[in-house]
Structure formats: structure tokens, C-alpha cells
Design a protein around this ligand. Structure first.
Ligand code: HEM
Length: 465
């Protein structure tokens, strides 16, 4: 079969950009319901849009050179803005994602050695085990059964994190951990108007209030796991080389100082919070997109069958699954799991003709950037080939930012990509998934970008695993 482009490209669902900016009330309502619906046609076609309104001075940047300036060249002048911290910090504590200034620098230096490719490849067996367990569970069901792929991908990414953070498992009911994590982040996942207007922390947020029992359970569990592991290490007994041990042993390469128990706990919660729904969404969107395009489906099935065959998944297969990776890259272009990044300028800054005054919130929205008319061919169409090595080289590094960029780039990117390739290839080898007839797919921005009302899909089997 040839991969000609004579069939029309698939244009997956996305809200139609507005012709004009909405009024304040409509804007706030849309922001609460689905911030994706607030973008206007101008955002997708102009490089810089600056404005002042109820939320203060905001500059939306879609110019790759200016993005490089903000994230890399003058990164020290841009801190995480208050709204972002108000939404994330109550759930994640002072872990790497929400720490600032000197505290962040120390943590980043100490934690960076946990995520290079050499260490991440050590997690290969745990990732394969999670992926295979998932398809075995599916294969116990009669063919034609429906599964909610959003939910299933959240489960599998949580399973990977549980195995790589606490490889010895948890003493209490392991399902209870999964449930507590899900409830914990569900309660925190919505942008509350109280946060938008910067009201103080003692003003109750409904989501957070509802999540309180789950928060307490989850925090106690994490503290218990830390205490037990520390005791094991202190007794000099062999400890598994999982992320928990690595965090407890981590030492700042400059000062030799380790992390406090509080920092270890905050970073465990951060890895779970930053790592499970993002990766789950990348996988869900990839599976949905494959199901809508027979040409892509045939090509990815062919690659997976050729590379993996019927044998065991080996570490060297990951690099050879080039098209599988391109499908994931393209899924994260159209539906970036982190669709919105922002910073606040500390001092006035000048970039060519552009002035950014101190206090301005600079918005870099991967969702808009990745569909920008001036940066991409067929920006709204699904075409994984653009990420095959020969074409990928032509993409500006600052036009494609699923993992951010610069000193605060995602520390888990190698981990997430390895995991996503393993899970997607394991699924494609074993089953076919087709969207439930009549189900309307809508992208919903809730900190991450997920399919609204899930992704009910029907299973058919390709191979017993
Ligand atoms: C497809 C999956 C993922 C996506 C799309 C993603 C995306 C991102 C992005 C865009 C940022 C930068 C945020 C900013 O600049 O404001 C970030 C930061 C971060 N991510 Fe990820 N992430 C993913 C998976 C993971 C995983 C698996 C982990 C951990 C195991 C992780 C841990 C972190 C941490 C700790 C930070 C903060 C880094 C710092 O500020 O120094 N992420 N992620």
C-alpha cells in the first residue's frame, strides 16, 4: 500500500475561533466553561497581540523568536504568574512545577539527574508491564465491548507512575491509591473564578473543599511511603531503584544537600499531577485520531507489526517506532496536553520593536501556536508525516512546544515520550479501537486538554498478547 495524500486530510474537531473578542461577562463564562472557546481569529493569524482588560495587561505571543527570548534568552526576567500558581500550588505544594526563584533552582539541580535517558530507560520494564496488563484486561472482555479510552489511559499512566515511583507497591489497597489520586486532582482541576480574581487563600474554593478527604488520605499515604522507605534505607537494606529512592538519595551537585521530607512529598505529588493526565491525554487523542483516518491506521499498524512482530517488546524497539512517535507528536500538536503557558514580566523588557512592561502577563498558548496560520501548512489537519525525521527538521523549535522550553522545560518529557510510545504500540499491536457511533468529540481545556465526556470506543482484537 502506498501512502499517497490523494484522500482528503482529516480535520479533527476544534472550536471555531471567534471573529471578535467577547464582552467581559461572556469571556469569564467561556473561561470557566472551556477557555479554548475564547480565542479569536486574530490569535491564530497574528504574531503578537497585546491588550489590557479586567485581568490586567496580557500579551499573547506566537512569534517563535520572541518565545525563545522569553523562555530562554531572558528567562530570568519571567516568573510563573499568580493565576497559574494559585491554581496549581494548593494541589502540588512547593514541588518543582510551582517552586520559584532560588528554591526552584536548588530543586531543579537536585532532581535533574533523575530524568536523563539513561535513568528513564531503566523504567522500560515497568512501562511495558503496565501496557501489557492493560491489553490483557481488555482481552478478557468479549469482542465489540466498549471502553472509555480517556479513563483507560488515565489508569494506565497512573499505573506506570505507581510502578516507577513506588515500585514495591503500596501497603494499603492499591486501588484506593488510584481512587484517591483521581479524586484529589478532580477536585483541583477547574479554574475557579475566585482564583481568576486573586482572592486570598482562605476564600473557599468549591472543588478544593470537596476534595478535602481525598487530599488528606493521599497526603497521609505519601508520608507513610516516605517514612517506610527512609527506614529501609537507614537500615542499609537493598531498596528498589525507583523514583522514591532516587528522590530520597538525590543531592544537589553543588552543595551535596538533599531534599527535605516535605520537598520529597511535594515532588511525588508533582510527578503524579504533572505526569499522569498529560500523558493520558496525549495517548487518548492519538488513539482517537488514528481511529478517524484509515491511511494513518494502516501505516501505524504496519510499523508496529514490523518492529515488534509477535515477540517481546525490547528497549531497542522504542527508537524504531518512528511513525508511532510521529502520530504522538502530531496528536500533541493538535491537542497539546498543556494548552496554555504563561509568565509575568519582572522588569520592563524590549524585544525588537516590542516592549513588555513589568507586570505584563505573557501568554504562550501551545494550542494556538501549534495551529498558527503563519507557522504551519494545513494547521488544522491531522498529518503525522510532518513529524517524520526529514520534515521534522524544518519545524522551528519554538513553534512546537508541547513540553515548554528553556530552564523550566518539562523534566519528564523523555519519560512521557518513552511511556507513550510503549503504550500506544502495545495497544495498536493488540487491538483496534473505533469511536462509538454518534459520540461527539469536543476538546475541553481544564488545565490539561482532554476530550469532553470521554472517548467511548469499541474494541476488536488483532492479536492475543
Ligand atoms: C505528554 C506528557 C507531558 C506533557 C505534555 C508535559 C508538559 C509540560 C510542560 C508544558 C511543562 C512546562 C510548564 C511551564 O513552562 O509553565 C512541564 C513541566 C513539568 N513537567 Fe511535564 N509534561 C508531561 C509529562 C510529565 C511527566 C511524565 C512528568 C514526571 C514524571 C512531568 C513533570 C513535570 C515537572 C516536574 C515540571 C516542572 C519543571 C520545572 O518547572 O522545572 N511531566 N510539563
Amino acid at each position: 500500500m502506498t501512502d499517497t495524500l490523494d484522500t482528503p486530510l482529516f480535520r479533527p474537531p476544534a472550536p471555531k475561533p471567534l471573529q471578535e473578542p467577547p464582552g467581559l461577562l461572556a469571556f469569564l463564562l467561556a473561561l470557566r466553561r472551556n477557555p479554548l472557546t475564547t480565542w479569536t481569529e486574530r490569535h491564530f493569524s497574528e504574531p503578537i497581540i497585546s491588550g489590557s482588560g479586567a485581568l490586567g495587561r496580557i500579551t499573547v505571543v506566537n512569534d517563535p523568536d520572541v518565545i525563545r527570548h522569553i523562555f530562554v534568552d531572558n528567562a530570568a526576567n519571567y516568573r510563573k504568574d499568580d493565576l497559574q500558581l494559585r491554581v496549581l500550588a494548593p494541589g502540588l505544594g512547593k514541588g518543582l512545577l510551582t517552586a520559584e526563584g532560588e528554591e526552584w533552582k536548588l530543586q531543579r539541580r537536585t532532581i535533574a539527574p533523575l530524568f536523563p535517558p539513561r535513568v528513564v530507560s531503566g523504567f522500560f520494564p515497568a512501562m511495558v508491564e503496565s501496557a501489557e496488563r492493560l491489553v490483557r484486561r481488555w482481552q478478557r472482555r468479549p469482542e465489540g465491548r466498549e471502553v472509555d479510552i480517556s479513563l483507560e489511559m488515565t489508569r494506565v499512566t497512573l499505573d506506570v507512575l505507581e510502578r516507577t515511583i513506588f515500585s514495591k507497591g503500596v501497603a494499603r489497597d492499591p486501588d484506593a491509591l488510584g481512587r484517591a489520586i483521581t479524586r484529589y486532582f478532580e477536585g483541583l482541576g477547574r479554574i475557579d473564578p475566585v482564583d481568576i480574581f486573586g482572592l486570598p487563600d482562605w476564600v473557599p474554593r468549591i472543588g478544593r473543599w470537596r476534595a478535602r478527604p481525598a487530599i488528606r488520605f493521599f497526603e497521609e499515604l505519601v508520608n507513610e511511603l516516605i517514612r517506610d522507605r527512609k527506614a529501609l534505607l537507614e537500615r542499609g537494606e537493598a531498596a528498589p531503584r525507583d523514583l522514591l529512592t532516587l528522590l530520597l538519595e538525590a543531592a544537589d551537585p553543588e552543595t551535596g544537600k538533599g531534599l527535605s521530607d516535605l520537598e520529597v512529598a511535594a515532588n511525588i505529588v508533582t510527578f503524579i499531577g504533572a505526569g499522569h493526565e498529560t500523558t493520558a491525554n496525549a495517548l487518548s487523542w492519538a488513539i482517537y485520531l488514528i481511529s478517524q483516518d484509515e491511511r494513518v491506521r494502516a501505516r501505524i499498524e504496519r510499523e508496529v507489526d514490523e518492529v515488534l512482530g509477535a515477540g517481546a517488546f525490547e528497549p531497542q524497539h522504542v527508537e524504531r517506532l518512528v511513525y508511532t512517535r510521529a502520530v504522538l507528536d502530531e496528536a500533541m500538536r493538535l491537542y497539546p496536553p498543556a494548552p496554555f503557558l504563561s509568565r509575568a514580566a519582572i522588569a520592563d523588557d524590549r524585544i525588537g520593536d516590542l516592549t513588555i512592561e513589568a507586570g505584563t502577563v505573557v501568554t504562550i498558548a501551545p494550542y494556538v501556536l501549534h495551529r498558527h496560520r503563519t507557522l504551519w501548512d494545513e494547521p488544522d489537519a491531522f498529518r503525522p508525516e510532518r513529524f517524520l525525521p526529514e520534515e521534522k527538521a524544518k519545524i522551528d523549535k519554538f513553534a512546537y512546544l508541547p513540553f515548554g522550553a528553556g530552564p523550566r522545560v518539562c523534566i519528564g518529557a523523555t519519560f512521557a515520550l518513552q511511556e507513550a510510545v510503549i503504550v500506544l504500540a502495545t495497544i495498536v499491536r493488540a487491538v483496534r479501537l473505533d469511536l462509538k457511533e454518534g459520540h461527539k468529540v469536543t476538546p475541553l481545556h481544564r488545565i490539561t486538554l482532554r476530550p469532553h465526556e470521554g472517548l467511548p470506543m469499541r474494541l476488536t482484537y488483532r492479536r492475543e498478547s
